[in-house]
Design a protein around this ligand. Structure first.
Ligand code: 5GP
Length: 182
């Protein structure tokens, strides 16, 4: 069976993290990609599991060596998907990257076989409700996320598949079918 590289994007709060993690826990032939970053590890984060933690010099050396499928800067730190990890893993398993729209589109440029999946909420009202329900964000942060969401959703046409996360189990099954179908 051919193994595939999947980029899963979608607005914050849409449930893509849960979908990806649940699918991976059920399918031993699918793993999540491990990114490189220059930020410091948070408590409990393990090098090689959550991220590969690199110095800025090392990260820049690897940019120069063209070792990233895509990379970006967030909050003053570099984050990127290493080609070496993806290539090696694809020999035996499918790989899912949970990544934003910009990262997905960049990944597709360097790796055209990459399948782009966007997870969307059943409705914008529902997403607002989920974001507010988390209770972890202020009104201003929610507004910010909603603006970001409109930006993400405006790129829907560039995606290979759209999954509506109305029912979590169905959404996970849809994601699983995409991997099998590809
Ligand atoms: P955190 O520092 O909270 O783990 O992540 C900060 C941001 O970096 C998040 O928005 C996350 O999606 C993004 N990020 C993590 N890994 C990658 C990556 O490999 N590539 C890109 N472009 N962004 C990433």
């Amino acid at each position: 069976m051919r193994h595939v590289l999947l980029a899963v994007s979608g607005p914050s709060g849409v449930g893509k993290g849960t979908m990806v993690k649940t699918l991976i826990s059920r399918r031993p032939d699918v793993v999540e990609s491990v990114s490189c970053t220059t930020r410091a590890p948070r408590e409990g984060e393990i090098h090689g599991k959550h991220y590969f933690f690199l110095s800025r010099e090392e990260f820049e050396r690897r940019i120069a060596e063209d070792d990233f499928l895509e990379y970006d800067e967030h909050f003053g730190n570099y984050y990127g998907t290493p080609k070496s990890f993806v290539r090696e893993t694809l020999k035996t398993k499918s790989v899912i990257m949970e990544i934003d729209v910009v990262g997905s589109l960049n990944a597709k440029k360097t790796f055209p076989e990459c399948v782009l999946v966007m997870v969307v909420p059943p409705s914008l009202d529902e997403l607002k409700r989920r974001l507010s329900g988390r209770g972890s964000e202020t009104e201003a942060q929610i507004e910010n996320r909603l603006a970001r969401m409109e930006y993400e959703l405006s790129h829907k046409d560039l995606y290979d598949y759209i999954i509506v996360n109305d029912d979590l189990e169905k959404a996970i099954a849809d994601l699983s079918k995409i991997i099998d179908g590809e």
